[in-house]
Write a protein that binds this ligand. Structure first.
Ligand SMILES: NC(=O)c1ccc[n+]([C@@H]2O[C@H](COP(=O)([O-])OP(=O)(O)OC[C@H]3O[C@@H](n4cnc5c(N)ncnc54)[C@H](O)[C@@H]3O)[C@@H](O)[C@H]2O)c1
Length: 376
């Protein structure tokens, strides 16, 4: 997939009305004191989300669709608008909540579209991004940088200029960290050196998105949470893509019967993973409670070697496939695991779904989809 395939018509193609025929209003909870920042380790404030108008950019995507569900679980009165160009997101991802959300199909790299989306929104959760696996990242640093920085800049500018957002969430990534980062990596290393070369374009765009958010916070007082999530996995991830994330790629290949199962790299590279429901919960918590642009890692799962991950996927899939490593294929950063203690302190955030359980659920979901004839 490349940028040339993106829709060129940037008008809101199919804005759907609110289910009740209402327009989204500005912030309704004016009594909320957003200057308080975060109660350390405190519980989520009750009713923060009540009747709020919330924009989720990229809300039809893998993580975004889970964020939408998490918001509606917290408070069914939340009025969610999803702004997404559906370049990698799908309407189908929103099927469980379809009647409760308003979807506008727009290319948010265009400022006028971002303004249309942000108008009247009390909370802007920015997830829209071009997100691909290591191979695409390595070959397209220019497109990855251009599209991701454009998206963050336009959505931030729109949220700021509309003047109604009392919260902005900037979804960054652990991909901001350099190759030689300390492991587990603390937030303080986010601007050290350059991001890992295999995801340089994406990593720099995420860094610059953070920088811009901080600058807007300083200059205009926009209240921003910056979150750097670890690698996410789970239902609705992009299993169909030839350049998917490692867990999808392995599950897809094992379940189509690959033997040997070829694994990129020598298997020693490590990652920590976050089940997508934990990812979504962390983002919603952070957006509610962090206001000062101080970046927070979201992770906390174990650091696992890719070789061991492949073994677990083979075992949990009931396969007998032999694993064969391909050291000549790109494998990204040798070690990646974030220090998640700050999110624990500030948000009380602890992942609820252990890797083994999350993998089981993901494999089950994938198999159910394959049975229906829709592996994506
Ligand atoms: N998946 C991960 O492992 C991971 C880890 C850390 C951070 N993140 C971040 O989380 C966010 C969501 O990632 P994801 O994995 O769900 O990816 P995704 O590709 O499933 O979601 C991104 C969404 O943005 C939409 N989008 C892309 N370009 C757009 C444009 N020009 N205009 C409007 N919408 C556009 C896509 O259609 C898609 O629905 C991203 O910001 C990503 O950087 C993801």
């Amino acid at each position: 997939m490349n940028s040339d395939k993106r829709p060129t018509d940037s008008s809101p193609l199919d804005a759907r009305p609110w289910p009740q025929g209402e327009r989204c209003q500005g912030p309704s909870d004016r009594t909320f004191s957003s200057s308080l920042g975060l109660p350390r380790g405190g519980e989520a404030r009750e009713n923060f989300w009540k009747d709020k108008s919330v924009l989720v950019t990229g809300g039809a995507g893998f993580a975004g669709s889970h964020v939408v569900e998490e918001l509606l679980r917290r408070d069914p009165s939340v009025r969610v608008t999803v702004a997404d160009d559906l370049s990698s997101g799908k309407r189908e991802n929103l099927r469980p909540v379809y009647k409760k959300v308003r979807i506008i199909r727009v290319d948010l790299r265009e400022l006028k579209n971002a303004v249309t989306a942000c108008r009247g929104q009390a909370v802007v959760m920015h997830l829209a991004a071009r997100v691909w696996g290591v191979d695409y990242n390595q070959k397209h640093p220019g497109a990855m940088f251009r599209d991701n920085i454009l998206l963050s800049a336009q959505v931030l500018e729109a949220a700021q200029s509309c003047g109604e957002a009392e919260r902005f969430l900037m979804t960054s990534s652990v991909c901001v960290y350099p190759r030689d980062a300390a492991v587990p990596t603390p937030e303080s290393e986010g601007f050290k050196g350059s991001p890992e070369p295999t995801n340089e374009g994406y990593g720099w765009a995420k860094r610059m998105g953070e920088f811009l958010a901080r600058a807007y916070h300083k200059e205009f007082g926009l209240k921003v949470a910056i979150v750097r999530p670890a690698n996410a996995y789970g239902p609705r991830d992009h299993f169909e893509s030839q350049d998917s994330h490692v867990i999808c790629a392995l599950i897809r290949r094992v379940n189509r019967g690959d033997d040997p199962l070829k694994v990129w790299g020598d298997g020693s590279q490590t990652r920590s993973f976050l089940y997508v429901e934990d990812f979504a919960r962390g983002l919603v918590d952070a957006c509610e409670r962090l206001t000062t642009c101080d970046p927070v890692n979201l992770g906390g799962g174990d650091e696992v070697a890719i070789g061991a991950l492949a073994e677990a996927i083979v075992r949990l899939s009931g396969s007998k496939a032999r694993i064969e490593f391909e050291p000549s294929r790109p494998s990204g950063q040798p070690r990646r695991a974030c220090d998640a203690s700050k999110a624990g302190d500030l948000l009380g955030f602890v992942p609820k779904v252990p890797l083994e359980e999350g993998l089981k659920r993901t494999i089950e979901w994938y198999r159910a989809r394959m049975k229906k004839g829709s592996p994506s």
